[in-house]
Design a protein around this ligand. Structure first.
Ligand code: IVH
Length: 708
């Protein structure tokens, strides 16, 4: 009789022959996989939980008796499967943002002041804030349509995440249907998925018993658990959820943060019971102290407290700065510390040539994470702390920031340790490394920099890493590791080379496909990802160039101000003449100071940069900056505000103008389109009248943008 006998399904495990066991294991794998799909993906199970459990138990019993027959695709083998690259992308209709941080009571005071000052005097003096724990998990967006869970997506880069719906459906905390009254047609619940300490410990105990690798911390494990191709693995991980925000909604159930959270709770979404309403800075700080006291007894990781402006109309008026709301902030808990031995100091060369000393440490666990490297900041800090190689040092780790060396325990210093001598030449290229003198203050810069510029391989690699980084080109399959390897092999020496890689790869006798870690498919995927980026938004393009002092916000500002890359370039070349109107215009952009202005002008004045840039522009096209789709009568116009206004503080006026696509300038010139003049407008009004610039009253302004 062959093994393919149906009757083996009814036999006792002890009576199975090898061949029958093999058939039976195949049948069980197929059946369990089928039921997993019905249960998790389609939400339509065909068998009872007990019957399902029986299938899994039988599978395990047979495997225990015939360990040689365990199938690689067996349900028992799926725990710990590698995270997949195969989740579909989801574009968030409302971006998923991050939060600004506060580290002290003073930071919290500043935050509250900033919020209150944003509004006209008296308007927001009484405005309340919510305070709630900041959960150390991973954020997720849950889209409900007519009350039904239709999509779950990870945060990703904030704009696009991954569709993990099937996995999320396995989390018991997350309702598949919102119940109760007044559930809006569309409601995206945003919140945090996390793992409790006890479940994490249990999982690790099981891993250990099975001789498998243990997991590092609950947060990473929760994240890994969600990115499993097999939902039954996610299901086995016991994840939890708290809702604390929302994305796209067809209607809001309340006009305060607290009110919406309470409504979500009524619909069946778990929300954090510790959330409370505060009216003063002191109450916020008390909440922080209370949560910190409760922290160790909560049973899950929190890393701070989040404060949010309670009134939603105020939240909306405050809006956002780049990636974080102005109406919320995360007040972090103090960092955790540990002591260990400093084994060495490595000097790393950054993108702009900065030499950063990195402490190489005897591995030590700080706040649940093993730390082996920490920053020593710079030359002066090493001297100030008196750090010597061989010392026992105190290190600190806070959240996602790089661990740092805080101090030396001098009593523990072995004899004969020598003070550390900071190198005066670049360890990567041997060029002189110097500390620049600040043109204005005349003081020496704390950072020592390699003067090798483009001949320095370390700088070149760091620039390439920056070029492909998440907020720049963000090419899937081309991260820091790959860039480093490609540089070493001579495949990619400058940005343009990324885009000629495919053509060159077809001709070379050392194609990528032959390298470890690369196969036909992954190489094809890489080229597809690269080609997808041949057109890129202007702000990302500017940011990717890695000009000193130009971060994302400034890059956006430049993109918005100049509109196209050609316009920017022409203007920056003209601006090298400090008497030119181009120079004045650049400095007049609200948010661009002299340091930034000089840095970008210098970039365009350097021939090497132009060469690299032109080679790149042969391959890619920066797209003209699109002002928000809804164009308004002031889109693209330059506006100056002056005098004191009735309804708007200066900060709110600026944010409002930008929301309508206008550029805000600090002074009046021939480029100004409108001067909005409040009470007691002075010299700016006079200048506008001289230049024939259109002058608006505050009411005119509101009418112009259509707010009345
Ligand atoms: S509110 C627009 N509340 O922290 C505001 N975030 O550092 C959205 N997080 O990406 C965030 N607990 O993943 C908010 N109670 C809480 C939170 C929380 C954890 C995470 C969230 C966010 C990150 C920002």
């Amino acid at each position: 009789m062959s093994g393919g006998d149906d009757s083996s399904a009814n036999m006792l495990v002890e009576e199975l022959t090898d061949a029958q066991a093999e058939t039976e294991l195949q049948r069980l794998t197929e059946e369990i996989t089928h039921h997993d799909a019905l249960y998790y993906a389609d939400d339509a199970p065909e068998i009872t939980d007990a019957d399902y459990d029986a299938l899994r138990q039988r599978n395990e019993a047979i495997e225990a008796r015939f360990p040689g027959l365990i199938r690689p695709d067996s349900p028992s083998q799926r725990v710990g499967a590698a995270p997949s690259e195969q989740f579909a992308k989801v574009t968030h209709t409302v971006p998923m943002l991050s939060l600004g941080n506060a580290f002290s009571g003073d930071d919290v005071r500043d935050f509250v002041d900033r919020v209150r000052r944003f509004f006209k005097k008296g308007e927001a003096n009484e405005a309340a804030f919510t305070a709630e724990p900041k959960i150390d998990g991973l954020s997720i967006s849950l889209r409900y349509e007519r009350g039904k869970l239709v999509l779950a997506a990870t945060r990703g880069d904030g704009a696009t995440g991954e569709n993990v719906t099937a996995n999320v459906r396995t989390i018991p905390d997350i309702p598949h249907v919102l119940s109760g009254a007044n559930v809006p047609d569309v409601f995206e619940v945003r919140g945090e998925i996390f793992m409790r300490h006890e479940d994490f410990a249990e999982l690790n105990a099981a891993q250990e018993a099975a001789g498998k690798q243990t997991y590092v911390n609950p947060r990473n494990t929760a994240a890994g658990s969600l990115r499993q191709l097999d939902p039954s693995v996610t299901a086995s991980r016991k994840l939890h959820f708290f809702g604390y925000a929302w994305g796209e909604v067809s209607a809001l159930p309340a006009d305060t943060q607290m009110g919406v959270i309470e409504a979500m709770q009524k619909w069946g979404v778990p929300t954090n019971p510790l959330t409370r309403l505060c009216h003063t800075v002191d109450e916020l700080i008390t909440a922080h102290a209370d949560f910190e006291t409760e922290r160790s007894a909560l049973g899950y990781d929190i890393d701070g407290v989040v404060y949010k402006v309670d009134r939603l109309d105020l939240q909306e008026r405050l809006g956002f700065v780049s990636r974080a709301p102005r109406w919320a902030i995360a007040h972090k808990f103090p960092a955790e510390r540990a002591t260990t031995i400093l084994k060495g100091i490595e000097i790393q060369v950054g993108r702009t040539g900065s030499l950063t000393p990195v402490a190489k440490l005897e591995p030590v666990t700080v706040g649940g994470v093993v730390v082996q490297n920490a920053t020593l900041h710079n030359e002066d800090e090493i001297a100030r702390k008196g750090v010597r190689i061989g010392d026992t040092v105190v290190i600190q780790r806070a959240g996602d920031v790089i661990p740092q060396v805080l101090s030396v325990i001098e009593e523990k210093r072995p004899k004969d340790l020598k003070p550390f001598e900071f190198p005066k030449v670049c360890p990567a290229c041997g060029s002189h490394a110097v500390r620049e003198i600040h043109p204005k203050t005349g003081r020496e810069d704390v950072v020592r920099r390699c003067t090798g510029g483009l001949i320095c391989p370390a700088q070149a690699v760091e620039r390439l890493k920056h070029f492909v980084s998440r907020n720049a080109y963000d090419i899937e399959g081309l991260g820091s590791k790959q860039v480093e390897a490609f540089y070493e092999e001579g495949r990619v020496m400058r940005p343009a080379d990324i885009f000629t890689l495919e053509v060159r790869n077809a001709r070379t006798d050392k194609p990528l496909q032959g390298k470890e870690g690369w196969g036909d498919q992954s190489v094809a995927n890489l080229f597809a990802a690269i080609n997808e980026r041949r057109a890129i938004s202007l702000d990302r393009f500017i940011y990717a160039l890695g000009v000193r002092h130009i971060g994302e916000t400034t890059a956006r500002l430049l993109a918005r101000s100049y509109g196209t890359f050609d316009a920017l370039r022409v203007a920056m070349i003209a601006a090298s003449d400090h008497e030119s109107s181009a120079y004045e215009e650049l400095n007049n952009i609200d948010g661009i100071g002299q340091v930034v202005a000089d840095a970008i002008i210098e970039f365009f004045a350097e021939d090497h940069n132009i060469e690299v840039l032109d080679a790149l522009l042969q391959e890619v096209t920066p797209e003209p900056f699109l002002v928000e789709e809804t164009s308004s009568p002031v889109t693209g116009k330059t506006v100056v505000f002056t005098g004191s206004m009735e309804r708007l503080s200066r900060s709110e006026a600026k944010v409002m103008a930008e929301r309508y696509g206008a550029k805000v300038a600090g002074s009046v010139s021939s480029k100004t389109d409108y001067l909005v003049a409040g009470e007691a407008a002075g010299s700016k009004l006079k200048k506008a009248q001289e230049l024939g610039v259109q002058v608006l009253s505050e009411d005119d302004w509101f009418r112009l943008v259509g707010e009345e």
